[in-house]
Write a protein that binds this ligand. Structure first.
Ligand SMILES: Cc1cc2nc3c(=O)[nH]c(=O)nc-3n(C[C@H](O)[C@H](O)[C@H](O)COP(=O)(O)OP(=O)(O)OC[C@H]3O[C@@H](n4cnc5c(N)ncnc54)[C@H](O)[C@@H]3O)c2cc1C
Length: 454
């Protein structure tokens, strides 16, 4: 048996940031162990679209002094995110990077080690250890030497991504405030390739495109992200509960060949993965326990960007772990600040974005095309609606004229705006401690179910 103050399961962005923050903010006084199933040299590598916006990396620089991606960690810069159908497009300004995730992930890992984090690679978390209703570590297995042992810790943080290995091992009846599973409807499957063009450079430098095509069930999309000169990160994804006639790779190839015909590119790398794509878990703590990143649904529900939120939430989890151990109190009440921080940072915005995702399932590609092409909403109105702000009577009149004769779409816009305002009110009253949570969660569930029904 091994003892630690903090055990972090998973060495992706969520896990590395949780571990690094706990070690750094405690002035290396806490013993932090990070375990990952992968070999050391593969930690940080992942099949991904590789896009990250500027906000989370600026946040890490300010809070922890971690330098932004640089050098060979960057494949290209991003200046615009563009939503596009075959006939219309809607660009949004947004600075960021298309990363080479592997070197960036490895830098974060070695930085964590510099602050004293002990990394145990090739080590898979099997299940949680629970003592008197408190999570006290996990059973782990080193695959290389085929050894199974316990790591006992005062705080255990589940960052095992889509596997959510620790949380799913909790007995059903324990921790009633914590969700124990993932629904198919909340997980997107995806496939992507890194391609090198044989001919001229592509026109997507400094841009990332989310493309909505008839062949792809909404709110799924095809993406084309710059990966530097003559290189692209191209992929496709849709929700697991969607019924599709074709296979994902077949569909991918068909759409790709609309842009780059067979023989015009070389596939440098290919792979797939699943992304939990939903509003964040509204409670991600239990006694002695927190969960972060994909394991806690921290991915943006429209764009499926989860790298930045995983880094950000990892910081908050590490900070909460230090506060709890310093106070010698690992109760749900003590750890609740982690929930508050995540809800304040992106909980509300991701929940509102979920409304757009739901609307996209309803209006379909043709509706989106109509909306974008006719400029039914101005960019500012789009942002205002998303923020739950009210439109003036004159604005509503102008929108109605532009929307004629597709008032069904207008009705959807109205419902999004109304839903966004309801969530805004709900999140303003997010409970400051676990006591108020069951009543709040019941109101949240009712609202979410009403939206699902629509
Ligand atoms: C195809 C694809 C494209 C994507 N594109 C983008 C994008 O462009 N931009 C963006 O921001 N996000 C994107 N995402 C999402 C992004 O990759 C994730 O949101 C992000 O990596 C989440 O970080 P994480 O640390 O929570 O999980 P992960 O990065 O998945 O890390 C989990 C870690 O846990 C380890 N692990 C798993 N199970 C165990 C276990 N039992 N024991 C020990 N270790 C374990 C794994 O080895 C891994 O290292 C994409 C995802 C996919 C699949």
């Amino acid at each position: 048996m091994v003892k630690a103050d903090v055990l972090v399961a998973g060495g992706g962005p969520a896990g590395v940031l949780s571990a690094l923050t706990a070690a750094k903010l405690s002035d290396q006084k806490l013993k932090v162990i990070l375990v990952d199933a992968k070999p050391y040299s593969e930690i940080g590598n992942k099949v991904c679209g590789d896009a990250i916006n500027m906000a989370p990396v600026t946040f890490l620089e300010e809070k922890l002094g971690i330098e932004k991606p640089h050098g060979d960690e960057i494949a290209d810069l991003i200046e615009h995110l563009i939503f596009k159908t075959e006939k219309a497009s809607f660009p949004i300004q947004g600075d960021g990077f298309v990363l080479n995730r592997h070197p960036y992930g490895q830098r974060l890992l070695t930085t964590a080690e510099k602050y004293g984090v002990e990394v145990r690679s090739d080590t898979r978390v099997v299940k949680a250890l629970i003592t008197d209703g408190v999570v006290t570590g996990a059973v782990v297995k080193n695959k290389k030497i085929n050894e199974t042992y316990e790591i006992r810790a005062r705080i255990t943080i589940d960052c095992t991504g889509r596997n959510f290995q620790i949380r799913k091992s909790f007995p059903k009846e324990l921790f009633p405030n914590l969700e124990k599973h993932m629904e198919k409807r909340d997980v997107a499957a995806s496939y992507r390739e890194i391609i090198r063009l044989k001919g001229e450079d592509h026109p997507y430098r400094k841009e990332i495109y989310l493309l909505y095509h008839d062949e792809i069930p909404e709110p799924g999309y095809f993406w084309i992200f710059t990966k530097g000169e003559k290189r692209l990160n191209v992929g496709i994804g849709w929700f697991l509960d969607t019924k599709v006639d074709k296979g994902m790779k077949e569909c991918y190839r068909e759409v790709l060949h609309k842009y780059y015909p067979e023989g015009s590119y070389i596939v440098e790398h290919h792979g797939g993965g699943q992304v939990p794509t939903r509003y964040p878990m509204t409670n991600a703590v239990a006694p002695g326990f927190m969960t972060v990143g994909d394991a806690a649904f921290h991915v943006n529900p429209l764009s499926a960007e989860g790298h930045g939120p995983a880094l950000t939430a990892g910081y908050y989890a590490g900070k909460a772990a230090v506060a709890a151990i310093t106070a010698n109190d690992v109760t749900e009440t003590q750890l609740w600040q982690y929930n508050i921080d995540v809800m304040n940072h992106f909980g509300l915005s991701h929940t509102k974005i979920q409304l757009f995702t739901a609307a996209l399932r309803t209006v379909k590609v043709k509706g989106l095309e109509f909306l974008l092409k006719r400029k039914i909403l101005t960019k500012q109105q789009f942002i205002d609606l998303h923020a739950g702000k009210k439109l003036t009577a004159l604005e509503i009149l102008k929108i109605s004229i532009r929307a004629f004769p597709r008032y069904g779409i207008l009705w959807n816009i109205y419902k999004i705006a109304k839903g966004a305002r309801i969530f805004e009110e709900l999140f303003t009253g997010y409970p400051q401690s676990p006591e108020g949570y069951p009543a709040w969660q019941s109101r949240f569930e009712t609202t979410m179910n009403q939206i699902r029904a629509i």
